[in-house]
Design a protein around this ligand. Structure first.
Ligand code: ADP
Length: 239
């Protein structure tokens, strides 16, 4: 079967630096895959290329067999890839539901008016913000802003959701809630690629992990095996 996402010999150079160096991996429909690696290993650069925020220097990216490498981010979003960012991006001057309604207006099949409000309500329920649509986005706690960002990403009805350290900065209680929320999305069948440093989250959410180090892929397989791989352990310890 054609994988949902296929990344092949993906490369990105910054001057003399190979930030991503010939990385290949596939993601099947319905998988939740962790993209791991120490700081500076190229994970965000890889996500940026997959989401269209950055052009590859080389290699290919295919979504359901269609070439999307170098395609603009808004066109990629319409083809079914949505993402969240390491630094939360909500529209602070709008209310919670206006944030989601705005995202619905910009998707491939835009929704407006009452239909958009109803869909926004449903999305807010899905991320644990049911009944809170009237609140000002800038007044929300950090985790609730992250929930809004997730609802905005889901507004595109993505086939593939890219989460860039979505769980970073949460306290232990929020972390458990956050893991539960991502698990609930996984259980609806959405395919997820997550860059994550929180190992508790990786272990409970990802059946499979891809590990990068210094721009190259060093491991790809079931999570327990990958985390026990001596090369992966060495990369994290920097020895
Ligand atoms: P990670 O997400 O794994 O921490 P990044 O993809 O952010 O790694 O960075 C990989 C490497 O590319 C790092 O050495 C980083 O300094 C470099 N890099 C990332 N973005 C840029 C950029 N826009 N310009 C120059 N160098 C960059």
């Amino acid at each position: 079967m054609t994988p949902l996402l296929s990344v092949s010999r993906l490369t990105r150079r910054f001057g003399g630096l190979m930030a991503v160096n010939g990385v290949s991996f596939d993601i099947a429909e319905g998988e939740v895959v962790g993209l791991l690696g120490p700081n500076g290993s190229g994970k965000t650069t890889a996500l940026n290329m997959i989401s269209g925020a950055m052009k590859p220097s080389g290699g290919e990216i295919q979504l359901r067999g269609e070439q999307i490498g170098g395609v603009s981010s808004h066109r990629i979003a319409r083809k079914g890839i949505a993402r969240t960012f390491q630094l939360v991006r909500v529209l602070p001057s709008l209310t919670v539901d206006e944030n989601v309604v705005a995202a619905l207006a910009f998707r491939g099949e835009p929704l407006w008016g009452d239909a958009a409000r109803r869909e926004a309500d449903e999305l807010l329920h899905r991320v644990g913000l049911g009944g809170r649509g009237g609140e000002a986005a800038e007044q929300l706690t950090y985790i609730d802003q992250k929930r809004v960002e997730l609802a905005r990403a889901l507004a595109a009805r993505p086939a593939l959701l890219l989460l860039d350290e979505w769980l970073a900065g949460l306290n232990p209680t929020e972390l458990r809630t956050g893991i539960g929320l991502i698990a609930s999305l996984r259980d609806t069948g959405i395919t997820i690629l997550l860059v994550e440093h929180v190992m508790e989250a990786v272990r409970s959410l990802c059946a499979r992990c891809v590990v990068m180090n210094a721009g190259s892929k060093i491991a790809d397989g079931d999570t327990a095996g990958v985390l026990a791989d001596p090369e992966v352990v060495r990369a994290y310890l920097g020895t």
